[in-house]
Design a protein around this ligand. Structure first.
Ligand code: KPL
Length: 315
């Protein structure tokens, strides 16, 4: 099975490495970052794991900056930042054959719509992941938190391609389930990111740090609760019975991880704030639901996007 991953950041690299251990054909990683591509092709991808003393080097991978050299894949996983989804799929068009499923496991709202600008909606599978990974430098990541991957078809069917992808992920050690409620799934994960990402970016704490401070745990709960109200107004059926408790669980399970938004702020990169807390604010306004905590978090993260990590120093 030929797998292509668009976006070889922390999460794309993690899934690429794990899947490369169970595929005969090398997993192809597509990314514009030249140093990452060079390093992976020269020395493989090194994964440090918080639960094992020795890092593991994965070599059944090929990295590319240009999709022309790859050819059509059997499965494409999209892992670029949600701000770049539409553009990345357009640029990577050549890796999608007529029947290639496009799987998005990205954070935030708007990824399905971004992919559908280039590909038919029927080619899209969506899902979420509670894995946590940190990019340490070219060719090196830390697997800093384990959690479930859940995937589903947009029409709720349990298709053979969905089962095949779930089987493959499970064989690779990425615990995966199937869901018939993909919209609920995306909102379940959105609410986790609403509670964790901006707060960790602002405080520079690792995910687990949010639970150690009462004030932050309260803000986490307030931000998620606003999101739950918006989801309710939109008629989204969440799969998670208690999103605040669930977010706290993910915080604990990925306690050692720096959230993706904190990593972005520390590296001076744009964040996904508009697709996460900003999305709650926008959707809330459309449905007449106030989301003041998400509003403040959005503004603070935008401030740090402008001023950079230097203001507070590294975490
Ligand atoms: O999705 C994540 C992220 O960092 O974006 C979590 C689950 C919060 C792990 O850090």
């Amino acid at each position: 099975m030929k797998i292509v991953i668009i976006g070889a950041g922390a999460m794309g690299s993690l899934y690429g490495a794990k899947l490369s251990a169970v595929t005969d054909t090398p997993v192809c990683l597509l990314d514009v970052w030249q140093d990452q591509v060079k390093e992976i092709n020269a020395r493989g991808l090194t994964v440090e794991d918080v639960s094992s003393p020795e890092p593991r080097v994965y070599r059944n991978l090929r990295a590319f900056q240009d999709p022309a050299g790859i050819g059509p894949a059997d499965l494409v996983i999209i892992f670029v930042k949600s701000t770049l989804t539409a553009q990345a799929v357009r640029t990577g068009r050549a890796v999608f054959g007529e029947n290639t499923p496009a799987l998005t496991l990205q954070n935030g709202l708007g990824n399905i719509e971004g992919i559908a600008e280039t590909l038919p909606r029927t080619s899209i599978i969506a899902g979420t992941t509670a894995q946590g990974a940190t990019l340490l430098g070219p060719g090196r990541i830390r697997h800093a938190g384990k959690g479930k991957t859940v995937i589903g078809e947009l029409d709720g069917s349990i298709s053979p391609r969905l089962k095949a992808a779930a089987d493959l992920f499970n064989r690779a050690g990425l615990e995966t389930e199937i869901s018939a409620n993909v919209e609920g799934l995306i909102w379940d994960k959105l609410l986790v990111n609403v509670g964790i990402n901006a707060l960790t970016a602002v405080t520079r704490l690792r995910n687990g740090g949010l639970l150690a401070h009462e004030e932050l745990a309260e803000l986490l709960a307030a931000a998620v609760t606003e999101g739950v109200r918006v989801a309710g107004a939109k008629g989204i059926k969440l799969n998670v019975p208690d999103p605040v408790a669930h977010t706290r669980e993910v915080c604990a399970a990925t306690g050692e991880n720096q959230s993706s938004m904190l990593q972005d702020i520390l590296k001076g990169r744009p964040t996904e704030i508009d697709m996460i807390n900003g999305a709650i604010l926008r959707e809330g306004a459309a449905w007449g639901i106030a989301a003041p905590v998400n509003g403040v978090l959005t503004k603070l993260v935008k401030f740090f996007e402008k001023t950079g990590a230097g203001e507070r120093g590294p975490a």
